[in-house]
Design a binder for this molecule. Structure first.
Ligand SMILES: Nc1ncnc2c1ncn2[C@@H]1O[C@H](COP(=O)(O)OP(=O)(O)OP(=O)(O)O)[C@@H](O)[C@H]1O
Length: 479
């Protein structure tokens, strides 16, 4: 991290003036903030304190080894460049750890003493550099995506519980009953978004170290640490954070050693009062393939699921994203997309983004016709091939009624309710009109179908068990 500067290029040092040093640092901080963004800056760079200057070298101090390594790997070169630009007498930047909690740790007072501009950091851990020592892996953490905040997360029935839990953890990490927070749900429904939002919120409040990574990354880092015989450093880095978030935990199924390591890290952090947030595609009890003791511990805090989106939520998400893009997308187009693309938010967002990009590129307004044209391939892939007959058959089987009752006149609830569900699913999963659906259900009127659709939607809102049943049915039919 040393950058060379010719002697004659060096400006006269102003290091006898502590203020110059402080001002230079402020200037550097402000430039870094502009370059890396507020969230990154707060997460990593506000933890840096000025250390002593020795000749042409300045020492910067970080509270943990983990932070030092991270800052060194991500910002080391840039810090050197900036120091040299702002204060050319500085040619080298040294990063050191000032042990937290050490009573002799430096007060980091800027003095206008001629010999020591900054109070000597007595608590500084010397940079150990034994030959052949393994490199400490500092690329443990994935930076938070600044787009994924609570503000940009659209809340609706299917995700309101998970959202409330995430907010709670961001406000009061490690509260009883919320540690760990386990978020689960299908692909592309917002688990990662919520985790990043927790991270962003915590970082904004300050003074909390947050580590987010996928379970896959966790495993690769762990393997790399074993290979380079640096598992102690790996453990130390992980265990030094206040909040650890691991995404897509299902990846650890069948990876016994990594699970074991994760289990110990998990216990160490929870025992030390740190917060853990985990996401997966299934609930802890359904993650067969994970060790029992790990599943048990994962289910000990708060388990929150994110359900498949409803039409209303898809519309709200599309509205929010269209508004943020600045492109006018007519309500008809949004409704069309929300009807057609029901799989997950990622695909819905992808389709809208493509429309918006197209509109921007050609400067043409978004119309229903243009949408069908631009999204031709996506819409084709989403064309539902489920038939009303299949729906009737599956629903009848599930609720244990006769197939003929789908079109019979019987009105007993045990028969009428499954029939309504089948009508609801027919509306959701096929492109048939209400009268067409009615005809398939014993020549019923389209208003009967309309009533069935709204009745089922209403019941789903009121009764989560019923909603789960219907959702399950839908997924089975779609797959
Ligand atoms: N409620 C929501 N409001 C706004 N955007 C959302 C919402 N839910 C999901 N998204 C967006 O959808 C995309 C996919 O979400 P995300 O990556 O969080 O899904 P995931 O559940 O983690 O999926 P995976 O299982 O593939 O990891 C992201 O761009 C995210 O911002």
């Amino acid at each position: 991290m040393t950058i060379g500067v010719d002697d004659d290029e060096r400006a006269s040092p102003h290091l006898e003036d502590g203020k110059a040093l402080e001002e230079s640092w402020l200037q550097i901080c402000s430039r870094l903030k502009g370059e890396v963004g507020e969230v990154e800056y707060r997460t990593w760079l506000t933890k840096i304190a000025l250390g002593p200057v020795d000749g042409d070298e300045i020492t910067l101090l970080l509270p943990t080894r983990f932070l030092r390594d991270w800052v060194r790997s991500q910002y080391g070169d840039r810090l050197s460049e900036l120091w040299n630009q702002v204060l050319p007498s500085i040619r080298r930047v040294e990063l050191q750890v000032a042990r937290p909690g050490d009573p002799s740790a430096p007060a980091l007072v800027l003095e206008s003493d001629t010999s020591a501009v900054v109070a000597a950091p007595q608590g500084v851990e010397a940079e150990e550099a034994p030959r052949n020592a393994p490199e400490v892996r500092s690329d443990l953490v994935t930076a938070l995506d600044t787009r994924f905040t609570f503000d940009t997360f659209v809340v609706g029935k299917p995700n309101e519980f998970a959202y409330a839990c995430a907010r709670r953890v961001a406000e009061k990490p490690s509260s009883v009953g919320f540690n760990p927070l386990f978020l689960y749900g299908g692909v592309g429904l917002g688990k990662t978004h919520l985790m990043h939002a927790i991270g962003a919120e915590l970082v904004q409040r300050g003074n909390v170290s947050v580590a987010y990574m996928s379970a896959e990354k966790f495993m690769y880092r762990f393997i790399a640490a074993i290979r380079s015989q640096s598992t102690m450093e790996f453990k130390e880095q992980l265990r030094s954070v206040d909040v650890l978030m691991i995404d897509d935990l299902q990846f650890l199924i069948g990876k016994d050693n990594t699970q074991e390591e994760f289990f110990h890290t998990f216990n160490a952090l929870v025992d030390a009062g740190r917060q853990i947030v985990v996401s997966a595609d299934k609930s802890p009890s359904d993650l067969s393939g994970l060790e029992d003791r790990l599943r048990t511990r994962l289910g000990c805090g708060m388990v929150a699921d994110i359900h498949a989106t409803t039409f209303e939520l898809r519309i709200s998400i599309l509205e929010a994203k269209a508004a943020a893009s600045g492109v006018v997308v007519p309500a008809k187009v949004l409704e069309f997309l929300a009807h057609k693309i029901t799989s997950n938010v990622r695909e819905l967002e992808g389709a809208l983004n493509r429309l918006i990009a197209h509109a921007n590129l050609f400067g043409r307004p978004v119309t229903l016709e243009a949408t069908q044209d631009v999204l031709h391939d996506i819409l084709k892939a989403h064309d539902r091939r489920v038939t009303i007959e299949e729906i009737q058959k599956k629903v009848a089987e599930h609720w244990n009624i006769r197939l003929t009752d789908m079109s019979s006149a019987r009105r007993a609830r045990a028969v009428a309710r499954p029939r309504q569900v089948a009508m609801y699913l027919a509306k959701q999963l096929t492109s048939r009109s209400l009268p067409e659906i009615g005809r398939k259900f014993g020549n019923r009127d389209h208003t009967t179908v309309m009533h069935a659709v709204s009745r089922v939607a209403e019941l789903m809102e009121r009764d989560p068990a019923f909603a789960e049943d219907v959702e399950l049915m839908r997924r089975m039919l779609e797959s």
